[in-house]
Ligand binder design. Structure first.
Ligand code: ZN
Length: 292
């Protein structure tokens, strides 16, 4: 059994990240598995040293440990950055490119698609244009089955780097991840990554067990977001929040009774049914209100 924490250093960690990380950690430790810290740092425009430091600071503050992956920012750059795995992503791209019809070039700008809404299914504008692949300013999309809710999604960006869907599935296969805990907002990503794994003939990824948990919302009913710095863990810490408040919340949410104020106490109290009950496949997609 192996799982991973996969933060992105493009913003400050928020309470939703903490929830996901704690559940992942507890599930991995309960099942006697190995936990990987994978920092998704491909987006160099948005990666900032303070955001990288924020990840390590907050994992430490929460008392979570991991078995593989970087121990500090220098370790990330030297050994674990996704940029070190670019050959793997490029090999996957070549494999997809060699598959007739799997990918197509797309010249649509973000602005052109914006009127459909950021989360809308791509309307397939470039699907049958037959644009040559590799032209500057174009990206590559995976030609998804027409009945796939995800629509045709980007696998390679116009900046020359893999898109999240491709990098994530390549990494999960590479590290032989067996369990993935993620928020319900990533259900479409799961569908896209399963399509890619099938297209790439992966052995491990099709057997991954997913736990999609409901999203956390604040008292105003809003989803927590990286763009909302006031709700970051670091801001909450400055206001005096203690990890014990977060552990009490997590324990209450996953149906653990008794006093739980630390990672160790949570681990002692959970069993596998707690995780099953959290999965939206069982409990529905009802959001989890945060109430400290
Ligand atoms: Zn297009």
């Amino acid at each position: 059994m192996r799982s991973r924490l996969a933060p992105t250093p493009s913003g400050l960690l928020h309470i939703g990240n903490a929830f996901s990380f704690i559940v992942t950690w507890a599930l991995t430790r309960r099942l006697g598995g190995s936990l990987l810290l994978r920092i998704d740092d491909l987006d160099t425009d948005r990666k900032r040293p303070d955001f990288v430091a924020d990840i390590f600071d907050n994992l430490d503050w929460l008392g979570l440990d991991w078995d593989e992956g970087p121990r500090n920012p220098a370790d990330l750059d030297a050994l674990w950055s996704q940029h070190r795995r670019l050959p793997l992503y490029r090999a996957a791209l070549e494999q997809l490119t060699a598959t007739p019809g799997a990918l197509y070039a797309c010249e649509c700008s973000r602005g052109r698609l914006a009127h459909n809404g950021a989360t809308a299914r791509y309307p397939g504008i470039c699907r049958d244009k037959g644009l040559p692949q590799g032209l500057p300013g174009t990206k590559l999309r995976y030609r998804a089955p027409l009945d796939a809710a995800a629509g045709d999604f980007i696998v390679w960006k116009k900046d020359g780097f893999p898109a999240y869907q491709l990098a994530s599935v390549v990494d999960d296969e590479h590290f032989a991840v067996t369990h993935i805990v993620r928020g319900a907002d990533l259900l479409p990503s799961t569908a896209m990554q399963k399509l890619l794994a099938a297209a790439l003939g992966y052995a491990h990824f099709p057997r991954v067990r997913f736990l999609h948990h409901p999203l956390l919302i604040d008292t105003g009913g809003r989803k927590f977001s990286k763009s909302d710095g006031a709700l970051s863990l670091t801001a909450l810490r400055r206001e005096g929040m203690r990890p014990s408040a977060i552990y009490r919340f997590v324990a209450g949410t996953i149906g653990v009774s008794g006093a739980v104020e630390t990672a160790g106490q949570l681990l002692d109290a959970v069993d596998e049914r707690c995780f099953d009950a959290l999965d939206i496949a069982r409990r529905g997609e009802l959001p989890l209100p945060v109430n400290f």
